[in-house]
Design a protein around this ligand. Structure first.
Ligand SMILES: CC(C)(COP(=O)(O)OP(=O)(O)OC[C@H]1O[C@@H](n2cnc3c(N)ncnc32)[C@H](O)[C@@H]1OP(=O)(O)O)[C@@H](O)C(=O)NCCC(=O)NCCS
Length: 179
């Protein structure tokens, strides 16, 4: 397995991976919704505000994760949020997701990101260092329908002290349908 970050000329393949993976696991409507999310991210963000990390096996795309920038109005720390995550259906359950996530967190550390947040299953993301947090630690940019899934971790030696201020995510992610 090989990893690339922000590979150029691969956006159609990456959008298709997300659409097809979510359609297979959650149905056609969810596949279309997540495909639109990734398509919007490509249309509106340059690489300073997103990190698209891909896993390849035998030259085929088998997994991808996307981190986008968040800002906290009164906090200087660099914060990114992980969403979405996909491993191709034929390759799930073999540890690829966790290996890709660990690699992606190293990419963020190398880019001097201080804090990473995500919104998902605490049991799964807990395997790669995420812990449940509340909005006292990090205000969500959009009301959370499932506060139990609000997760974060520090990528530095410093503890995850509360992020100060209201938060903003990238416009592509701000549709309440994703939250
Ligand atoms: C969720 C997903 C990324 C996991 O990737 P993966 O490569 O299959 O997972 P791994 O092989 O690294 O990890 C498997 C472990 O995670 C658990 N796991 C897998 N999918 C899970 C899920 N959706 N929720 C909770 N746990 C999950 C497995 O039980 C397994 O646990 P174990 O290590 O204790 O045996 C992949 O199944 C996927 O793309 N699913 C469809 C899209 C999706 O739900 N994305 C996440 C939300 S953004």
């Amino acid at each position: 397995m090989e990893f690339t970050t922000n590979p150029s000329g691969q956006s159609a393949k990456i959008i298709a991976l997300f659409s097809e993976t979510f359609a297979a696991s959650e149905g056609a409507a969810e596949g279309a919704l997540i495909g639109k999310l990734v398509s919007d991210m490509y249309a509106t963000l340059d690489n300073s505000d997103k990190q698209v990390v891909c896993a390849w096996g035998d030259a085929a795309l088998i997994g991808s994760i996307i981190f986008t920038r968040m800002t906290y109005a009164h906090d200087d720390r660099t914060v990114f949020i992980l969403s979405p995550v996909a491993v191709a259906p034929d390759h799930q359950g073999k540890g690829i997701g966790q290996t890709l996530l660990r690699h992606g967190l190293d990419v963020l550390r190398a880019a001097h990101v201080d804090v990473v947040l995500t919104y998902g299953d605490p049991n799964y993301y807990g395997k790669v260092g995420f812990r449940q947090i509340t909005e006292d630690t990090a205000a969500a940019p959009v009301p959370l329908s499932y506060p139990h899934g609000w997760l974060g971790q520090s990528l530095t030696d410093a503890p995850l002290d509360p992020l100060v201020g209201p938060s903003r995510c990238v416009p592509a992610l701000s549709d309440p349908a994703y939250w």
